[in-house]
Design a protein. Structure first.
Length: 202
């Protein structure tokens, strides 16, 4: 398992991340307490110096000061200051958990687009335990749920703000069973702490 520290703004860190000229993986560094830095673990890590693209494949885990992200593959574009994640994408932000098939996310602020996404707001368990559950079925069954959202297209506007297209909304804890009720809508704007605005329910 390779480990490296990646800065979205410092080329030297990305070159260090490639590890092509290193005889052994670098030691695990401390994570700076500033946005834009990531500690990445993956089975394979590479860096294209010409295109300035960093690629991690196989059991990818990204830890930042903002969230923990899991995926099968992550491609980070240094010049655009964003990354794309593919296959079993999971984002853990405190007790807010997001699963998606694919995501395109800005490095700073972690805003961006997710495809076929599920968003859970958990009452329990604690965030550290949640971050180990990179499967939506396990995450749903663990502890108590406060809110459950699904959308074909999801735009993460901020830490707790989302826009969803073709979505369902379930403000209850349904355990392992299908929800006893839910609202379907063509479009929704949701603040996970405050309100949800649903447009054209279907």
């Amino acid at each position: 398992m390779k480990r490296t520290l990646v800065s979205s703004t410092i080329t030297a860190a990305l070159l260090y991340a490639a590890g092509a000229a290193l005889a052994a993986p670098p030691p695990k560094p401390a994570l700076p307490g500033v946005p834009g830095f990531f500690l990445i673990k993956a089975d394979g890590i590479s860096y294209d110096n010409k295109k300035k693209i960093f690629t991690a494949v196989g059991g990818v885990e990204i830890t930042s000061t903002q969230a923990v992200i899991h995926a099968d593959k992550v491609v980070m574009y240094e010049e655009d200051d964003l990354f794309e994640a593919f296959g079993r994408v999971a984002l853990f932000d405190g007790k807010n958990v997001v699963f998606a098939e694919q995501a395109r996310i800005q490095n700073r602020g972690l805003t961006g687009q997710l495809q076929r996404a599920t968003i859970m707001v958990k009452k329990t368990p604690d965030p550290a335990t949640l971050a180990k559950l990179n499967d939506p079925v396990c995450a749903k069954a663990a502890g108590k749920n406060r809110l459950w959202l699904e959308g074909d297209e999801v735009d993460r506007k901020g830490e707790k703000r989302y826009k969803l297209v073709r979505s369902t909304f379930t403000p209850c804890d349904c355990g392992d069973e299908p929800p006893s009720w839910k609202i379907s809508t063509r479009e929704a704007w949701v603040d996970l702490d405050e309100q949800a605005v649903l447009l054209l329910p279907v």
